[in-house]
Design a protein around this ligand. Structure first.
Ligand SMILES: O=C(O)CCC(=O)C(=O)O
Length: 276
């Protein structure tokens, strides 16, 4: 059963659309606000995808090598052969920093988040074919509670993402409720829904981006192909966003940390202008 997160007491979805649009149409922004997601075509060319993949594959290989040394080849929800996570490539790689500032991507981000935006998080997520596994229904704000609750996830497929290799599935419309309560599902991760009749697959060719709200329930299916599904997830938040900490079942947050680490949460758009 769906329930609200205890810290989600007075949420109202608010449009963060600026008056001037740079990449998206009025119709696309309206669809994003209604459905909570969009697949935006033609953001990256093959050369940019190849460059970032070549630069970051080693990061993922390191994350996988670490998992292989662990009992059951696992750390929490990451497991060698199933799903690997390599966070914060921007701290190490100029190519990653450039990719997160790609002008077309930032135009999309501008059109949905407005004029003052920081990078919030970046991570590679590779779904491996050896142990096909779904990633359960969750909202990104269900893992770490950020305020304002609305930020933006850009799920960038580095290869074509299909139902067969584990593209995202979305439940349209539920982002308007704000953050839902999540339960831990061993060993797969936090979950906010069992199943939903309105779920739609967001297949996305390499070069496109699946853009969704931090409040949009999404899952990914198992990779049933024989190739790795490679994704770079890049999240952007309005400048001034804070991360809340504490035990939601024991009362209000006990800590509020600005999401402004200069090494990985740098400003990407200031006063409407992309920063260098
Ligand atoms: O890319 C995936 O397979 C799932 C990753 C995801 O949804 C997340 O990191 O929030």
């Amino acid at each position: 059963m769906m329930q609200l997160h205890p810290w989600n007491t007075d949420f109202r979805w608010a449009s963060t659309r600026p008056p001037d649009l740079r990449r998206l149409s009025d119709d696309q922004v309206a669809r994003f606000e209604t459905d909570g997601y969009l697949v935006v075509d033609g953001v990256f060319d093959r050369a940019s995808l190849d460059e970032v993949t070549a630069a970051l594959d080693d990061d993922e290989a390191e994350a996988d090598a670490l998992l292989q040394q662990m009992p059951d080849q696992r750390i929490s929800i990451a497991e060698s052969g199933a799903i690997t996570f390599a966070p914060h490539a921007v701290k190490r790689s100029e190519v990653a920093r450039r990719f997160t500032r790609h002008p077309t991507l930032l135009d999309v981000v501008h059109d949905l988040l407005g004029n003052d935006v920081r990078l919030y998080w970046d991570q590679l997520v590779y779904k491996k074919p050896e142990k096909p596994r779904e990633f359960p229904w969750h909202q990104d704000n269900g893992y770490t509670f950020v305020e304002p609750q609305q930020y933006l996830t850009c799920w960038v497929p580095l290869v074509d993402a299909t139902v067969a290799n584990g593209c995202p599935w979305i439940v349209p419309g539920l982002h308007r409720l704000g953050t839902l309560r999540h339960h831990w599902r061993e060993p797969l991760g936090f979950e906010c829904l069992d199943a939903h009749p309105d779920a739609v697959a967001a297949e996305a060719p390499a070069g496109s981006v699946v853009v969704f709200s931090s409040l949009t329930p999404h899952k990914t299916g198992p990779n049933t192909t024989d190739a790795v599904r490679k994704t770079y997830i890049i999240q952007y938040a309005p400048d001034g966003s804070v991360v809340l900490d504490g035990d939601p079942d024991r009362g209000p947050a006990t800590e509020r940390t600005p999401a402004s680490d200069p090494d990985r949460q740098f400003t990407v758009i200031r006063d409407g202008v992309a920063t260098a």
